[in-house]
Design a protein around this ligand. Structure first.
Ligand SMILES: *Cc1c(COP(=O)(O)O)cnc(C)c1O
Length: 404
């Protein structure tokens, strides 16, 4: 097989070698437990955890004590939503979120319905954007939490987080955002944006897997959380368990690099994305770009190739590692619920491919991907009777298909 090309950076990213280098001493040499208060090994671990926490918190305009380490964004979303729900249940039982959220938010909200909570799911328009009016109209005196993701993992659209924050503040409702995809690509200030809780994950920003965190506001208002994991009272009681020092060091290094290189990297990845987008949509007919064009993450391209199945296309170009708009569940191929929520017909959901350009994507790779995709789409369409009918000028919507 030819050399693999990785273009699935929304799913995960390769670790930056500079991150690995920073982590190395904390496995064998500096292995102390940050909770060991009686000797130098413990103090050393405690010190580096403190510095890492400070650096990560500062990157979003927060204070050291406002940041809790978790195993990743899935856990952070669970802790934020379930933690608030259980702590504030006397105040109200209503939570507002969005249909296009990550499953870690949607499944958590769904689980809370068994504890008596009521969930309102805001819709999205054909561009994947929420409506601020709908949000305002959904808030009731029972609403305790609004959870709106910053940037979407499939279509890359960036929601108007500052405006959402202002509405929540005005109505005295807590605001959580899953910023996993936005971190490292969008500058975030939790005070300016009125964010009360924010989830992130290291492996989406060239850091290690299995480490992430949750920002929890301490002032105006002081947010309290009911913990999910008990034992020992680490992380001010919000998340017990011995801290993963090497991964925390790696997480902080990943944040430091992302912060330093954000503008330059965004410029580079968006140029490559635009090149890919222009080439694919001019050299291939009947394509559709999914997600609001002027509010997308720089490395994101989600595009549907009409009359071609995304899964089939991926099989035709196995050396190119991307994702399709069909979620392969146990027995069937289901169209992406994010694309469906945007009103995109199932057949176009199944025809979609998500390209994710990242820090290590080269222009040569983009060029190779363009050629391979053009070639593969053409090959598959040559075999497609539907596409042949379209070329002959037949309007497929008017065809009277016989039922069997
Ligand atoms: C990847 C991702 C998650 C899950 O993060 P993990 O750290 O892998 O648990 C949650 N939300 C979004 C938007 C993501 O992209």
């Amino acid at each position: 097989m030819e050399k693999l090309i990785y273009m699935d950076n929304h799913a995960t990213t390769p670790m930056d070698p500079r991150v690995l280098e920073a982590m190395m001493p904390y496995f064998c040499e500096k292995f102390g437990n940050a909770a060991s208060k009686n000797h130098a090994f413990g103090w050393e671990a405690d010190e580096v955890v403190k510095n890492s926490r400070q650096l990560i918190a500062k990157s979003i305009g927060a204070k050291e004590l406002e940041f809790v380490f978790t195993s990743g964004a899935t856990e952070s979303n669970n802790l934020a939503i379930t933690g608030v729900a259980r702590m504030y249940k006397e105040k109200g039982n209503h939570i507002i979120t969005v249909v296009s959220e990550h499953k870690a938010v949607l499944d958590t909200c769904d689980a809370l319905t068994h504890e008596g909570f009521e969930i309102t799911y805001l819709g999205v328009d054909e561009n994947g954007m929420i409506s601020l009016e709908e949000l305002k109209n959904s808030i009731t005196d029972k609403t305790i939490l609004v959870s709106v993701m910053h940037a979407n993992n499939e279509i890359g659209v960036v929601q108007p987080i500052k405006e959402v924050g202002a509405i929540c503040k005005e109505h005295d409702v807590l605001f959580h955002t899953d910023a996993t995809q936005a971190i490292g690509k969008v500058r975030i200030d939790v005070n300016e944006m009125n964010i009360d809780l924010l989830s992130m994950s290291a492996h989406k920003i060239y850091g290690p897997k299995g480490i992430g965190g949750l920002y929890v506001r301490r002032r105006k208002p002081r947010v309290r959380l009911s913990p999910l994991i008990h034992g020992g009272g680490h992380e001010r009681g919000m998340r017990s368990g011995t801290l993963n020092t090497p991964s925390i060091v790696g997480f902080a290094k990943a944040i430091e690099l992302a912060d330093k290189e954000l503008e330059a990297e965004n410029e580079r990845t968006s140029k490559l994305r635009d090149k890919l987008q222009t080439a694919l949509s001019t050299r291939i007919d009947h394509t559709k770009i999914n997600g609001k064009l002027d509010a997308r993450l720089p490395g994101n391209l989600n595009i549907s190739f009409h009359y071609v199945e995304g899964e089939g296309l991926m099989m035709a170009m196995p050396e190119i590692c991307v994702s399709s708009g069909s979620a392969c569940t146990s027995s069937s191929l289901e169209p992406s619920y994010v694309l469906q929520a945007m009103g995109i017909p199932d057949v176009l959901c199944h025809s979609s491919i998500r390209f994710g350009i990242g820090r290590f994507t080269t222009e040569e790779e983009v060029d190779a991907v363009i050629e391979k995709v053009v070639q593969s789409v053409n090959k598959l369409r040559d075999l497609s009777p539907l596409y042949e009918m379209v070329l002959e000028g037949i309007d497929l919507d008017t065809v009277a298909w016989t039922e069997h």
